[in-house]
Design a protein around this ligand. Structure first.
Ligand SMILES: NC(=O)C1=CN([C@@H]2O[C@H](COP(=O)(O)OP(=O)(O)OC[C@H]3O[C@@H](n4cnc5c(N)ncnc54)[C@H](OP(=O)(O)O)[C@@H]3O)[C@@H](O)[C@H]2O)C=CC1
Ligand SMILES: O=C(O)C1=N[C@H](C(=O)O)C[C@H](O)C1
Length: 263
């Protein structure tokens, strides 16, 4: 299959390697310095484009690719507020889009377990939920797109949780003194979060690929589930599989539709 890569950073490189391993051809690679390549014949020849760039650049990239008739898989996070506008533009162009905050099969499984757990907890008010995500220090957005998706699943399934709130960000490579101040700010903020809201904490450390922890705590115990990515390969493999899946389709799709179809 002919694939175009939009965003040649950490994910773009992992996607290129895995796409080649699966026998695909990379016909175009677009990075910040060569966005005029959207107008090339090579880009238009792609059967799907895989977009992993930044929160601020993803919407225009998706719309530009769709206007060239290329179906898009987008993994960029942090642009949820522009989703309706982007989806309308893709549909108007007769294109296809599958955007997801996380393409890993393991996270899909984790999110299903988290939803089931939240459903049970709807009947057990003594349990209080908490969500924490840890990522590398280069990440631009917080909380992670995956954390927001997991939070939305918990809110859907547990009627006594009406929303999520940002508990703050803890930079674990900061000095001990700075960390003490951040921890105190987070503890103060945590006290202000009402009991019908899910607190979501972001931690930033070294080169961590991505860890998500959901916990439900009662006065007598705690139930904790964790997804920990060992590398970016799980995200990249899922994105390439999504490109294979969307190439022959038109319209807007979710990761759940794709996973339900292939698993
Ligand atoms: N859905 C999922 O499964 C996953 C999602 N992500 C998300 O993917 C995104 C990218 O992550 P990652 O690869 O780690 O980030 P990187 O910073 O490593 O890579 C982003 C790349 O995009 C390039 N870029 C910036 N602007 C444009 C533009 N207008 N057009 C084309 N390319 C551009 C950057 O170029 P330059 O450096 O020159 O500016 C850089 O090479 C993030 O939003 C992250 O949250 C990450 C992992 C998994
Ligand atoms: O920026 C990252 O690295 C990641 N971003 C995604 C997110 O925001 O959820 C997915 C993954 O956790 C890695």
């Amino acid at each position: 299959m002919r694939i175009a890569i939009i965003g040649y950073g950490k994910m773009g490189h992992a996607i290129e390697r895995i796409a080649l391993e699966r026998g695909h051809e990379i016909v175009s690679v677009i990075d910040a310095g060569n966005t005029d390549s959207f107008d090339s014949e090579e880009f238009a020849s792609a059967e799907a484009a895989i977009e992993f760039t930044t929160p601020s650049t993803a919407p225009a990239n998706i719309m530009r690719a769709a206007s060239k008739g290329v179906p898009v898989v987008c993994g960029s996070t942090g642009w949820a507020e522009r989703r309706a506008e982007v989806e309308k533009a893709v549909l108007d162009a007769g294109g296809a889009l599958l955007a997801s905050s996380n393409f890993s099969i393991g996270v899909h499984v984790f999110n299903n377990i988290s939803r089931r757990l939240a459903h049970i907890m709807g009947k057990l008010p003594q349990y209080t939920p908490h969500l924490a995500e840890t990522h590398h220090i280069h990440k631009l957005d917080h909380p992670s797109g995956t954390a927001i998706t997991i939070a939305e699943g918990i809110i859907d399934e547990c009627p006594r949780i009406s929303g999520w709130e940002d508990e703050g960000i803890l930079w674990m490579n900061a000095t001990e003194q700075e960390q003490e101040k951040m921890t105190a700010d987070i503890a103060r903020r945590a006290k202000e979060i009402p009991s019908d809201k899910l607190p979501v904490l972001a931690l930033r450390k070294d080169e961590v690929p991505g860890i998500h922890v959901v916990s439900w705590e009662s006065p007598v115990d705690a139930i904790t589930i964790t997804h920990s990515a060992k590398s970016r390969d799980g995200f990249a493999l899922g994105a390439v599989m999504a490109a294979e899946w969307i190439a022959s389709r038109k319209g807007i799709y979710t990761i759940d539709q794709m996973m339900d179809d292939i698993l």
